[in-house]
Design a protein around this ligand. Structure first.
Ligand SMILES: C[S@@+](CC[C@H](N)C(=O)[O-])C[C@H]1O[C@@H](n2cnc3c(N)ncnc32)[C@H](O)[C@@H]1O
Length: 230
């Protein structure tokens, strides 16, 4: 099953500000990604990196600033998010970066990519086959041994509720209005689809990835890296 969560209107226009409220470690996470990829891919040879759900372009800009060796392609179904990313990418050479409005399914079925990033995308997809569909669709387009790096809201049961309460406490302590904070926390509870780390490991394995490692966790956010096996 395929699910697409289109960011449009005010949600797209205010994304760069609101994500930094709701994901307090957003800039640290984004800042970690280039060196994480660099550790595995090196920075001297040409590598093809796919950014799934590239949004307003944060990870693309960070990767392009890190090394000129990689060719970065972003894919996102939201025209408004793609337009914002396109604006940020203007100063980079055209042969180093490309944006596609669409989903991974729209990309050619060729094993082209040395790495794929999916940052803050999977939690929008229900675990009704939609998460697995996207993981498989990415796997089909990666080279053997290629990397998948993903960051998502995750967790289940009491530990998820505990970490969500900590996020709420942090936002209130920063002085954000309680109505805004309550509304956002309810949105996370009711409209997103976090899963436990165990379920996540099952899906990753089923999609054809192995060597799964968690490289960060902060409140409800976690980051993993896995390798395409065959
Ligand atoms: C929370 S934003 C994350 C953007 C960016 N990765 C970042 O970290 O700032 C989620 C993005 O995923 C895109 N998206 C939603 N469903 C998708 C899907 N099925 N495949 C790829 N991207 C999707 C949305 O359009 C949106 O731009």
């Amino acid at each position: 099953m395929k699910t697409v969560e289109i960011f449009e209107g005010p949600r797209a226009q205010t994304y760069d500000q609101s994500i930094r409220i709701w994901c307090p470690e957003y800039d640290s996470i984004q800042g970690l990604l280039p060196s994480l990829l660099g550790y595995h891919l090196g920075t001297s040879e040409t590598k093809n990196v796919l950014v799934v759900g590239s949004g307003t372009g944060a990870e693309m800009v960070n990767l392009l600033q890190f090394t000129q060796a990689w060719k970065i392609t972003g894919v996102d179904p939201s025209p408004e998010m793609v337009a914002q990313a396109s604006e940020k990418l203007k100063s980079f050479p055209e042969n180093q970066c490309k944006l596609i409005t669409g989903t991974v399914d729209d990309l050619p079925l060729e094993e082209n990519w040395d790495a794929a990033l999916s940052i803050l995308v999977f939690h929008f997809l229900p675990d009704d086959g939609s998460k697995l569909h996207l993981l498989k669709s990415i796997a089909q387009r990666l080279k053997k041994g290629a990397l998948l790096v993903f960051v998502d809201i995750f967790g289940a049961g009491e530990s998820f509720i505990y970490n969500l309460s900590l996020l709420k406490a942090l936002l209130l302590s920063k002085g954000f209005e309680s109505q805004l904070v309550e509304g956002g926390i309810e949105h996370i509870k009711k409209s997103l689809f976090p899963i436990s780390q165990e379920r996540l490991a099952e899906l990753i394995k089923e999609a054809g990835f192995g060597k799964l490692h968690i490289f960060m966790q902060s409140l409800i956010f976690g980051g993993w890296i896995a390798t395409k096996l065959d």
